[in-house]
Design a protein around this ligand. Structure first.
Ligand code: HEM
Length: 556
């Protein structure tokens, strides 16, 4: 062997040795700190499982939660990177609410150049997130929701007319409820977000918008590769110039948003009150904002606090108190941030927000109603009780369910809460440690950059918190039982300042659809109804795979 080859062998061996030592150091990360942990190989199998779609994303986190039984939290790995799985409900509440400054973001700062739709609340980080959230909160105020309720009702009436036509001949119809519901939700969110009529109920085959928006929560090879690289090192995708977006989806949404903006700029009547119109208004107002900053801060505090009121009543009343304090904190922070001179509602933010609202308004809402309809078909007694409640409230209010009547429908609330317990649409919550965090009563300091994971699916299905978790039982949320729910175990809309900004709209949408179905039809299983709903592994969110066929019979 000549000197050159010997040198090469030595260099390669040293590099391999150093590489192995670095990997070993990472693999021993939790063991060295005396923290209970899930073996890196178990975590790797789970990660590869969802990257290659042999299991749904949430399943690997459920396995980690189970492996850490008996511990309030524990160490896990995302590829080689140490993460934390938080299990203890009290700690979950504490970290998500009071620990917010340490766990502010969901992931690394997005890159607008690589991902044109990244200016949305899910992805934004730091002060930019705070500023945009503050601007958007008033969009979901009670006054705005009242207006949106009329849009929802209009779509529900169209859906009813469609069902009436299908039932005309025999008084019943068999259909894929998932498809039916997603047509309705597309029409609703298209109207609320952009003021456009998508016509998905009338003409589903030609609704391009629905086909495109459905792809936003879907994994494809590009997104899987992006996530894999990002897990290895958050800077890697950026160095390689890789975007997580499907280019066709990005291009379509960019085009329709720009087109809608152009049309609205030409419309001088300004009568529409959709999200896009409001975003454009906020964008125009930015220059004059410092003058009315204070007033708007109050509106934000109200918006966020109001959102919490609708959450599960008494069980969350303590949370409301926390929420109010937190909302004020956000508002204060935001008031300070308003002095910021850079525009916040830029064209990229408008595009990102609209795209994210369209996707969140379609898939999570339609999945919730689909799961609910499936359960109702299997529980005729629940359906009947619901029907009677709706009828009573309708009679009391002169034949029509108005916006203010929704809060009188207590049993409907229980049914929706139980649906979201059994089928948490966002089965995992994630945060990034943005500032080193000393775990209370422990010597352990979580380093900046570590991911924090919460398995909502596991908490909602833990028999310690919800006995017989597979049973669909709306009584868990009855007035007498709801107080027994341990805070931090029921998180369908997340918690802390990053909880779902559109929770009230989502609940109103889901409830309006269920009212429409139950008021005029009875829901039944049929020979083609699946015995157990299989979950689609290709989505981030929880949604049924394939069709969910049910029989609808017109009530006499
Ligand atoms: C039943 C339907 C829905 C469910 C179950 C749901 C659930 C959630 C959950 C669990 C989160 C994460 C909260 C956290 O990390 O603490 C979230 C965030 C979010 N949701 Fe929803 N959501 C629904 C519908 C909607 C709709 C209709 C929209 C918009 C029109 C929407 C917009 C958002 C946004 C923008 C965020 C990010 C908030 C932030 O980081 O500041 N969601 N949602």
């Amino acid at each position: 062997m000549d000197v050159l080859s010997l040198n090469s062998v030595l260099v390669v061996t040293t590099a391999l040795l150093l590489g192995w030592l670095a990997v070993r150091d990472k693999l021993n990360y939790w063991a060295k700190r005396g923290v209970p942990y899930v073996s890196p190989w178990t975590c790797l199998t789970g990660t590869l499982g969802f990257l290659f779609k042999t299991q749904a994303m949430y399943e690997s986190f459920v396995a980690q939660y189970d492996a850490l039984e008996g511990h309030p939290y524990g160490g896990t790995f995302q590829l080689l990177n140490p993460s934390v799985m938080l299990r203890d409900p009290a700690m979950i509440k504490e970290w998500l609410i009071k620990g917010f400054t340490n766990f502010h973001d969901r992931g690394p700062e997005p890159d607008e150049k690589l991902d044109k739709l990244s200016g949305n609340l899910f992805q934004l980080t730091g002060d930019k997130w705070r500023l945009v959230r503050q601007k958007l909160s008033p969009i979901f105020s009670t006054a705005k929701l009242r207006i949106m309720y009329q849009t929802l009702k209009g779509c529900a009436e169209e859906l009813n007319a469609h069902l009436q036509a299908r039932c005309q001949a025999t008084g019943e119809t068999e259909l894929d409820v998932k498809d039916l519901v997603s047509n309705y939700t597309m029409d609703v969110i298209g109207a609320c977000a952009m003021g456009i009529k998508c016509n998905a109920i009338q003409d589903p085959e030609n609704c391009t918008m629905k086909k495109i928006v459905k792809r936003m929560f879907r994994f494809n090879w590009r997104l899987s590769l992006f996530q894999f690289l990002e897990m290895a090192n958050p800077r890697l995708p950026r160095l390689l110039g890789l975007s997580p977006r499907d280019k066709e989806v990005e291009g379509y949404l960019e085009e329709i948003t720009k087109e809608a903006i152009r049309m609205k700029q030409q419309d001088t009547t300004g009568t529409r009150k959709d999200f896009l119109q409001l975003l454009m208004k906020y964008s125009e107002e930015e220059g004059a904002e410092s003058a009315n900053g204070e007033a708007q801060s109050k509106e934000i505090a109200n918006g966020d606090a109001q959102s919490r009121e609708i959450a599960i009543g008494n069980a969350q009343s303590k949370e409301i108190a926390n929420g109010d304090a937190k909302s004020k904190e956000i508002a204060n922070g935001d008031a300070k941030a308003m002095e910021h001179e850079d525009p916040v509602i830029t064209e990229n933010v408008i595009m990102g927000v609209i795209a994210s609202f369209l996707s969140a308004g379609l898939e999570p809402v339609s999945a919730t109603v689909t799961f609910c309809a499936y359960e109702l078909a299997h529980h005729p007694e629940v359906q009947e009780k619901l029907f009677k409640e709706i009828q009573a409230v309708r009679k009391e209010s002169g034949g029509e369910i108005k916006y203010d009547d929704l809060k009188k429908l207590h049993y409907l609330d229980q049914v929706v809460n139980e649906t979201l317990r059994k089928y948490p649409i966002a089965p995992i919550l994630g945060r990034k440690c943005t500032e080193a965090f000393q775990i209370p009563d422990s010597k352990l300091v979580l380093e900046k950059g570590i991911n924090l994971m919460i398995s909502t699916m596991s908490l909602h299905h833990d028999p310690k918190y919800f006995p017989e978790p597979e049973k669909f039982d709306p009584e868990r949320f009855s007035e007498e039982n709801v107080n027994k729910i341990i805070p931090g175990t029921y998180l369908p809309f997340g918690d802390g300042p990053r909880f779902c900004i559109a929770m009230r709209l989502a609940l109103m949408d889901v409830k309006t659809m269920i009212i429409t179905l139950v008021s005029d039809y009875t829901l039944h299983t049929c020979p083609k109804t699946v015995k157990r709903i299989e979950i689609d592994r290709h989505l981030f969110t929880l949604a049924p795979k394939g069709q969910v066929r049910l029989r609808l019979k017109k009530r006499s």
